[in-house]
Design a protein around this ligand. Structure first.
Ligand code: IMP
Ligand code: MG
Length: 181
C-alpha cells in the first residue's frame, strides 16, 4: 500500500529539493570559504536527515557533522526551555556551527538550540532550513539560509512526519484533509 495515495498535493518535488540543496550548498561553500572557515554541521533529528544527506554533497569544504535531538516546550516564554533527547558527541567550543533543520515554524527550536550552542562557546551559529513558515513565527529568529518559504500548511515527507509517518516520501506534500483529523 503506497503512502503516496494519502497525499493531496505535492508542494516541493524531488527535483526542486535537489536543485535547491545544490544552490544552498554552493552558497554555503562560498560564504564560509570567503571567511576562511569550515562549519561543523549539526542536524536536528529526525526530520533533517534527508536534507543533511543531500546538502553535504554540495558543500565543498572539509566539514564534519553530528546529530542532536531536542524538543522545545512551545508556549513557555523562555526560549531557553529545551529538552535534550540526544546530545552531541562532538565539542562545539570554538567551532562555526551550521545548524541543519527541516522546517522552522514558531522558531522556538532553532532559537533555543542556537542559545545552547553559544552558551557552550561555539564561535558562531548559522541556520540552514529547507522550509520556513514565516507566518507562524513566535520568536524573532531568522534562518540565514532558507530553501523554500511556504504558507502556513502542515507538510510531510522528505524527513517530515505526521505522527512519525510519511518521513520516507521523496517529496514534500500536504496530506488529504481527512487524515489530519
Ligand atoms: P518550531 O520550534 O515551532 O520552529 O518547530 C520546528 C519543528 O516542528 C520542526 O523541526 C519540525 O519537527 C516540526 N514541524 C513544524 N512544522 C511542521 C510541519 O509542517 N510538518 C512536520 N513537522 C513540522
Ligand atoms: Mg524537527
Amino acid at each position: 500500500m503506497s503512502l503516496k495515495q494519502d497525499i493531496k498535493e505535492i508542494l516541493v518535488s524531488e527535483d526542486q529539493i535537489r536543485n535547491r540543496a545544490r544552490e544552498l550548498g554552493e552558497q554555503i561553500t562560498a560564504d564560509y570559504e570567503a571567511e576562511g572557515k569550515k562549519p561543523l554541521a549539526i542536524a536536528l533529528l529526525r526530520g533533517s536527515v534527508p536534507f543533511l544527506a543531500d546538502l553535504i554533497k554540495y558543500i565543498d569544504l572539509d566539514i564534519q557533522y553530528d546529530f542532536m535531538d531536542v524538543t522545545s516546550y512551545e508556549g513557555t516564554r523562555s526560549t531557553g526551555d529545551i529538552k535534550i533527547l540526544k546530545d552531541l558527541d562532538t565539542s562545539v567550543v570554538g567551532k562555526d556551527i551550521l545548524l541543519v533543520e527541516d522546517i522552522v515554524d514558531s522558531g522556538y527550536t532553532i532559537q533555543a538550540v542556537k542559545e545552547l550552542l553559544l552558551a557552550r562557546e561555539a564561535a558562531s551559529v548559522k541556520v540552514v532550513t529547507l522550509l520556513d513558515k514565516p507566518a507562524r513565527r513566535v520568536v524573532d529568529v531568522q534562518p540565514e539560509y532558507v530553501g523554500y518559504p511556504i504558507e502556513d500548511l502542515f507538510v510531510v515527507g522528505y524527513g517530515m512526519d505526521f505522527n512519525q509517518r510519511y518521513r520516507c516520501l521523496p517529496f514534500i506534500g500536504v496530506l488529504k484533509d481527512e487524515l489530519y483529523r
